[in-house]
Design a binder for this molecule. Structure first.
Ligand SMILES: Nc1nc2c(ncn2[C@@H]2O[C@H](COP(=O)(O)OP(=O)(O)OP(=O)(O)O)[C@@H](O)[C@H]2O)c(=O)[nH]1
Ligand SMILES: [Zn+2]
Length: 293
């Protein structure tokens, strides 16, 4: 038996990367009987046949994390990519992706790409605001090859999913990091200013500099329906979470309650208005979602 990681799955075959090469494996029948489906990213033990590099998946190790869309196990990090222009920066979306990544307990890195197009210090403002919250923020440019080496370093030893709206440069960044990937990049259609979704099947790619990246963007569903109570949301806002313990009421949602530390910090400028407004907006949505039950 050898240990490995499932890097690809096609038509009932699992491709397991091990120290001795990639094996084309089937899953043992017992998994199907127990309704367990091996996932990309699963760490597995296989019974291998070295003559033809095939094998059987015998055992799946316990999963650290499990993303649903795309279905992949053991992702450790999310790189959330936004661009300053084309498409222009959308803070609502950024905060949305942050909530999704925080909920999965992933290490988060924010990349503001196309910094070559930034003539209004958009990148600098994001850098200051989100670094303050404790996020690593990288201002990158594929055209100028800026901070690509920093990103390589960030991906080392991690299993990373890239996320972000279409056209911000996710594929371009990965191609810069590892030129032999040749991921298709979509020219932004001038009519709609939206990129075409050119990345498709799910595969874990091992990087020469170390680490794995998923070749498909994560969090394609932006729904917050996994959040069951209004009180849960604040956990996924790093800046709000930091102060919420000092509110007068334990159950404070930081909306209209008296002696609210979060609102005090908002007044002091330690929490940004945009962030707070997005928090209220998401809270409203969760309120509407939960009322149904
Ligand atoms: N000016 C500038 N353009 C860039 C930069 N990075 C990428 N682009 C361009 O932006 C467009 C979209 O890039 P992609 O890499 O396809 O974006 P994506 O996020 O992978 O898009 P989807 O595959 O639709 O999710 C392409 O025309 C790239 O050439 C950059 O740093 N600066
Ligand atoms: Zn409060």
């Amino acid at each position: 038996m050898v240990e490995g990681i499932i890097v690809k799955g096609i038509g009932g075959f699992y491709y397991v990367k091990t120290d001795t090469g990639i094996y084309e494996c089937r899953a043992r029948g017992v998994f199907r009987e127990n309704k367990i489906t091996p996932l990309i990213g699963d760490r597995v033990k296989i019974r291998e046949n070295n003559l033809d590099m095939t094998g059987y998946v015998e055992e799946i190790m316990e999963r650290e994390t499990e993303l649903i869309r795309p279905p992949v196990a053991n992702v450790t990090q999310a790189v959330i990519v936004m661009s300053v222009k084309s498409p222009s920066l959308n803070l609502w979306l950024l905060d949305r992706f942050l909530v999704l990544a925080e909920e999965q307990k992933l290490n988060v890195v924010i990349v503001i790409n196309k910094i070559d197009l930034d003539n209004n210090s958009i990148g600098k403002n994001i850098y200051e605001n989100y670094s303050n919250m404790g996020y690593k923020v990288i201002l990158s440019s594929c055209t100028l090859n800026k901070e690509i080496d920093t990103l390589k370093e960030v991906l080392k030893d991690e299993v990373t999913v890239f996320a972000g709206p279409s056209g911000v440069g996710k594929s371009s960044i990965l191609n810069r990091i590892q030129p032999n990937l040749k991921l298709k990049t979509g020219e932004i259609s001038e009519k709609t200013k939206r990129g075409k979704h050119t990345t498709r099947h799910v595969e874990l790619i091992e990087l020469d500099a170390g680490g794995y990246v998923l070749d498909t963007p994560g969090f394609s569903s932006l729904k917050l329906d996994f959040i069951e109570t209004e009180g849960e949301l604040q956990q996924y806002f790093k800046d709000i979470r930091k102060y919420s313990g000092h509110c007068k009421f334990n159950s404070c949602l930081h909306v209209k309650e008296p002696d609210c530390e979060v609102k005090k910090q908002l007044e002091l400028g330690n929490i940004s208005k945009e962030r707070y407004n997005n928090y209220l907006n998401f809270l409203d949505e969760i309120k509407r979602n939960t009322r149904r039950y």
